[in-house]
Design a protein. Sequence first.
Length: 167
Amino acid sequence: MVLRPWRESDASAVRKAFDCPEIQRWHQRRMDSAEEARDWIANWETAWGQETGASWAIVRADRVLGQIGLRRITLPQASAELSYWLLPEARGAGVAGRAVRALTRWAFTDRGFHRLTLRHSTGNLASCRVAAKTGFVLEGTSRGSHLHADGWHDVHLHSLLCTDDEA
């Protein structure tokens, strides 16, 4: 498994992901065309250039399994918010945990980040398990803070510091 930059040729995998009911359940965004998927990929390139975000394809044998990224990068504070999703065929095999560990190691060791956060709907038990297994500490619950297709969700906030044992 490797993390690599998104390619325009990954647009079909991105579209497939956002067509997945489980991914749609936890995101507001839809991908209704290949053009939208290519724009989504291009937006990550722009965010990287502006140092505000970064996203990588999680890939095995040149097949996209999912996404992992850093949003809301704040370089003066050495912090960012981690995000991820997996295609159905990659779930339940430890892929998310391995990707989270790889990205946190890179962020802390190679890039000097101090703090990473991870947010998810309190109903998203799989994301809560990934956060816990990768050492992210549950800091609390933000009530009604994320709007999803089915309404407002309470959200767990987890964090990991570069000084934590798991980091």
